[in-house]
Design a protein around this ligand. Structure first.
Ligand code: ADP
Length: 205
């Protein structure tokens, strides 16, 4: 088994590349999806959040309104660390369980950890490779505006709130350049998969 991290900037094409790697045969562990699961209604994570936050953060169906929660913690660092202390250990536990299961069931698997804030959270130390999906900021801006239907000002603000993509690229061990067409990106993703697969089958290399 080999575990690589996958990250990028907002709208740089991380989901797109994750899909191509999955098509090639990689097993994807999606940190965002797990983060949503560990706070679903009637889980211990859900209860822990309600012990700290007002019930105003609930949607009519009782689930947590993540957008609302996001707005609250954006302006309140103390609440933010409180929320992280509830969510992060639970996500980590779940990830470790998944990795352990894959390691027994498919020991030659290529595992991709899809973690949006991989480099910001310092988790890259435990990974064999750090794959960064890169596009220059001008393309990032264009694609973000189109995908989310927002204007240039809003898109720029979202990009600026993140670690600059050039800085992420400098910390990558593998760069997927997504500034061309989808087929060029698919080709790169397949090449990355083959390279990782060889190492997964022969850990000495
Ligand atoms: P991320 O997951 O990094 O936020 P996405 O994979 O959602 O980014 O890509 C952002 C937007 O750009 C999406 O609308 C996607 O369809 C589009 N996109 C991604 N890669 C390309 C590409 N190579 N050419 C054109 N559009 C692309």
């Amino acid at each position: 088994m080999i575990i690589a991290g996958l990250t990028g900037g907002i709208a740089s094409g991380k989901s797109t590349v994750s899909g191509f790697l999955s098509d090639a045969g990689a097993l994807i562990i999606d940190a965002d999806k797990i983060a949503r699961e560990v706070v679903k209604q009637s889980t211990p994570g859900y209860e822990a959040i309600l012990a700290v936050f007002d019930r105003m953060i609930l949607l009519p169906d009782g689930e947590i309104d993540r957008k609302r929660l996001g707005d609250i913690i954006f302006n309140d660092p103390e609440k933010k660390s409180c929320l992280n202390a509830i969510v992060h250990p639970r996500v980590l536990e779940r990830v470790n369980e998944m990795v352990a299961r894959i390691n027994t069931q498919t020991p030659e698997a290529v595992v991709i950890m899809d973690i949006p804030l991989l480099l910001e959270s310092g988790l890259e130390k435990n990974l064999a490779e750090v794959i960064v999906v890169y596009v220059p900021e001008t393309i990032q801006l264009e694609r973000l505006m189109r995908r989310d239907g927002i204007d240039e000002r809003a898109a720029t603000a979202r990009i600026r709130s993140q670690m600059p993509i050039e800085q992420k690229r400098n910390r990558a061990t593998i760069v997927v350049d997504n500034s061309g067409g989808l087929s060029a990106t698919r080709k790169q993703a397949r090449a990355v998969y083959s390279r990782l697969k060889k190492r997964a089958q022969n850990p000495a290399k």
